[in-house]
Design a protein around this ligand. Structure first.
Ligand code: NIG
Ligand code: FE
Length: 416
């Protein structure tokens, strides 16, 4: 059995045993042990404790290659990024410039830009090229501390295109040590050919895409962009119900640009998460708070689109379970850096560093149904860890935003 000992840890953060997503005030509790050790066996966390109680047999590891001296460093669970569109072709910086000149996200979409722009690029890109781009991004993100990630389709918008994307995600799952979940987002936008035939596209989605995807076991979840100008709550419900029949639980893009009804629809259909939530009212907040559905906030998307940030404080005060994710995609969040997500959650949404770290680790894991095996420092869980550089405190991480303060990342018990 391969054993590793991380010792002299200045502070081990996230050492805990909860078996549910953290809600409301629980989110501010980030249990820690000062001056501590952590023992890893194979790909799992085996044990931890204070240095003064380091068992003598483990202490022997300290002087060997299996011993990692973490003097001055903080150790925390690796990020669990529960909402990304990591597989895409090309980039959209020309639209970024258009937006700086005054065009809105909806206006860019209406003239064939946005999601449809990425869909055209994806159609011209081979599965191998798509894989190569996504693989590179995944490598980059893992070095930034991401150890688990959800990846959506949604730039195919044809049977072949959606299958191509989901097969790329399947290959990523097979080749990467990261824990990966796949989400079918065929209902991301109505493609050009179905601009005036919404029912036709919904039929295609339900009768052709879903059976093919279910047949190949390509998706874990189904997502719909429930938004004005995209999919209405009624259309969302039809698509989600078909997904549920195919065994796919919903994770919904809700309340990004408008009070779309997406939160209420998602909660009613038993969504694992409703994501975005830039635009919330009391009813949407109360509905979410009284449900088991996780609200996933995507601060870098709000930042990049220059929208008001998600109302994290109101959501926490109402007792919601909230997660933080990157929304990495070429249109609204061309960064998957979870360190930046955590920093922006603090500065933009007034989340406390402990709340942001919990939302980006344990609650993110729960938003991918991985809470039992990831997201905290718990014996038996997978050893996905971040070791920081020597920093003065945990709050220093979001405080010194934009600096890379990660020294080493461990995925499944191995340093990458
Ligand atoms: O989560 N809002 C919908 N989908 C993405 C953006 C996709 C794109 O612009 O390419 C999002 O922000
Ligand atoms: Fe998204």
């Amino acid at each position: 059995m391969a054993s590793k000992l991380i010792f002299n840890i200045r502070q081990l953060a996230g050492a805990r045993g909860e078996t549910h997503p953290l809600r409301g005030g629980e989110l501010a509790q980030l249990p820690f042990i000062d001056y501590s050790w952590l023992h890893i066996e194979d790909d799992r966390i085996a044990a931890f404790g204070p240095m003064r109680a380091l068992p003598p047999d483990l202490a022997l590891l300290a002087g060997t290659p299996a011993g990692i001296d973490a003097s001055g460093c903080f150790v925390l669970p690796a990020w669990c990024d529960s909402h990304t569109h990591l597989v895409f072709a090309g980039s959209r910086e020309s639209e970024f410039v258009d937006k700086l000149k005054g065009l809105s996200y909806a206006e860019i979409n209406a003239k064939g830009g946005g999601i449809l722009h990425s869909a055209r690029r994806l159609a011209q890109t081979s599965e191998d090229e798509l894989f190569a781009g996504a693989w590179q991004r995944l490598q980059d993100l893992s070095r930034l501390g991401t150890g688990a990630i959800e990846i959506k389709s949604g730039y195919g918008l044809t049977v072949e295109g959606e299958l191509k994307m989901l097969r790329v995600i399947k290959k990523l799952k097979q080749r990467s040590p990261l824990s990966i979940k796949a989400t079918f987002l065929g209902a991301h936008a109505y493609p050009e050919d179905y601009r005036n035939d919404h029912q036709g596209y919904i039929d295609l989605l339900i009768r052709e895409m879903l059976p093919a995807i279910a047949g190949e076991g390509l998706a874990d979840y189904i997502d719909v962009f429930c938004e004005e100008g995209f999919f209405s709550p009624a259309e969302t419900e039809t698509i989600v119900r078909a997904g549920l029949r195919a065994g796919l639980r919903p994770k919904i893009h809700a309340n990004q640009l408008h009070l779309s009804g997406g939160v209420q629809t998602g909660v009613r259909l038993g969504a694992l998460s409703v994501d975005h939530l830039e635009t919330m009212d009391e009813d949407a907040i109360a509905t979410l708070a009284s449900s088991p559905t996780i609200g996933t906030l995507l601060p870098t998307a709000a930042f990049f689109l220059r929208m008001p940030f998600q109302p994290a404080r109101a959501l926490i005060d109402a007792g919601c379970a909230i997660a933080l994710a990157s929304d990495f995609n070429p249109g609204s969040s061309p960064s998957g850096n979870m360190n930046l997500v955590v920093a922006m959650a603090c500065t933009g949404m007034r989340m406390l560093p402990e709340e942001a770290i919990n939302a980006a680790t344990l609650n993110g894991a729960y938003a991918m149904s991985l809470g039992d095996s990831l997201g905290s420092i718990t014996p038996g869980k997978i050893a996905n860890l971040i070791i920081t550089r020597p920093v003065p405190s945990l709050a220093y991480l979001p405080y010194a935003f934009g600096s890379n303060l990660i020294d080493q990342v461990m995925i499944k018990g191995e340093f990458i």
